[in-house]
Write a protein that binds this ligand. Structure first.
Ligand code: COA
Length: 429
């Protein structure tokens, strides 16, 4: 079998658990209007959304249309103004908005019809007056006129459509109870809808400034810290809006809009592609301090007795604590790992442990990623590790078995031949 075919089979195997996990889950996807400008990749994205639908995800699409609205206003020589980053929507603009957004909706419906014409059950998109708006009002003496904010959402109607197997499509237009038309910020709308229908996932495409240097994962606490140290104002606003979903949406995925393929990668691969913000795991991964020694010992001592980990005295652990990282949850240490420099550009990963009550939640994987990141920051190019029981887990995480002799001489002289540990190596380049 060719390597490409084996790769395909392995990828399919790895994704099967995610297919199972996501079935029946509700997912809100925010699609900025810019995505539609690249027609080929947008077509591919709609096919991917169709695939998700067929895999049993219930989907709400919230479509932005800023570039299309800008173009329509420019065409008609209608200037526009912003205040506090929100566009002021005058009465004159409303018809242009309705036309531009009507056009966007029609284009999306056309692309979806084309994207799914090969399938036996074509996808149906459905829109409706499910979002009730109210005027944003007068702020700093500036009247926002037809720029609105979200007042309430008919989440039952949305849920009924989802249960009926339809994909719900929301646009920036919403209506007040007095029958007026309002232009809403679609990112805000996506976040509020996700909250209101208690979506399992909110998937957001952002542009490169908004995504700049974001980590792979953040807890809600880390998100709030990132907002304070944001790379730019745009990013701070973007993340602040997302932080309002708080603990209502379990997982928010942020992806770069220049990489629409990220949608599938984010959902069906272990490492994902963009940034995951989670509220269903309230733990913190951080460098260990001397106060953590007791907690680490409580966790590793039983494994030392079983011969799974090499023995470490309290004194040695205290001396080496700066090499450790820990995962803390509710003031308990539930995971740890250490990185030892052993030669120039070479490190050793040791003592990777997750408390038995928390195993199987990818915390081991999270610790490993953090150690690899730490090693890369220290300019290490290779990571060794010695293990007696866990080599398969490490092989699944990119390590390769090697010989004891491959160890750098400094480490080879300390190798305990009684333990007969297997030696594994991972290149970090
Ligand atoms: C190895 C360890 C850190 C993994 O932690 P974790 O948080 O459970 O890891 P993840 O959630 O990322 O991965 C869980 C998967 O690894 C598998 N796994 C756990 N231990 C394994 C082992 N010894 N060999 C192969 N696979 C193993 C689990 O079955 C699970 O598989 P699944 O996802 O198909 O259900 C944890 O099992 C542990 O603390 N083991 C004891 C300490 C140890 O051996 N450390 C390594 C020496 S440095």
């Amino acid at each position: 079998m060719k390597q490409s075919e084996l790769d395909f089979i392995n990828t399919l195997r790895q994704s099967s658990r995610y297919i199972e996990q996501h079935r029946g889950k509700t997912c809100v996807i925010y699609l900025p209007g810019d995505l539609m400008l690249a027609s080929d990749s947008f077509k591919q994205l709609t096919q991917d959304i169709g695939l998700l639908h067929h895999l049993g995800l219930k989907m709400v699409l919230v479509m932005g249309a800023a570039p299309q609205i800008n173009a329509a206003l420019t065409d008609q020589n209608i200037p526009w103004q912003h205040h506090q980053q929100f566009r002021i929507t005058t009465t004159e603009m409303v018809t242009v908005f309705q036309q531009a957004i009507g056009m966007v909706r029609s284009q999306i419906e056309a692309v979806f019809s084309q994207a799914t014409n090969q399938q036996s059950t074509p996808l149906t998109l459905i829109s409706g007056n499910w979002v009730i708006a109210q005027p944003k009002g007068v702020i700093d003496g500036v009247d926002f006129q037809h720029t609105g904010t979200l007042r309430k959402i008919n989440h039952q109607a949305i849920s009924t459509s989802l249960e009926g197997g339809q994909i719900v499509l929301l646009t920036p237009l919403a209506y007040s109870l007095t029958g007026e038309v309002f232009n809403l910020n679609t990112l805000e709308q996506a976040c509020e809808v996700a909250k209101s229908i208690q979506a399992d996932k909110l998937m957001i495409f952002g542009h490169s400034e908004q995504m700049k240097n974001l980590p792979k994962q953040m807890s809600i606490t880390e998100l709030n810290r990132t907002i304070k140290h944001a790379e730019n104002e745009e990013q701070a606003r973007f993340l602040t809006q997302i932080s309002k979903t708080n603990f209502h949406v379990k997982r928010v995925h942020l992806m770069d809009q220049n990489e629409p393929d990220a949608l599938l990668q984010e959902l069906f691969t272990r490492d994902g592609y963009g940034t995951l913000i989670f509220s269903d795991r309230y733990h913190q991964l951080r460098p260990a301090t001397i106060e953590d020694v007791g907690g680490i010992l409580d966790m590793i001592t039983p494994l030392e007795s079983q011969g799974v980990l090499a023995k470490r005295s309290r004194e040695r652990l205290e001396l080496e604590i700066h090499n450790f990282i820990v995962i803390e949850r509710d003031q308990h240490i539930i995971g740890c790992a250490a990185l030892y420099p052993i030669a120039k550009g070479i490190g050793e990963l040791a003592c990777l442990t997750v408390h038995p009550s928390y195993q199987g939640q990818h915390l081991g994987h999270e610790l490993l990623k953090a150690i690899e990141q730490k090693a890369q920051q220290a300019q290490m190019k290779q990571l060794f590790l010695l293990t007696t029981h866990t080599h398969h887990w490490f092989i699944e995480h990119g390590f390769m078995l090697t010989t004891v002799e491959a160890l750098p001489s400094q480490r080879l002289s300390l190798y305990n031949s009684q333990r007969q540990s297997k030696v594994l190596l991972k290149s970090l380049i």
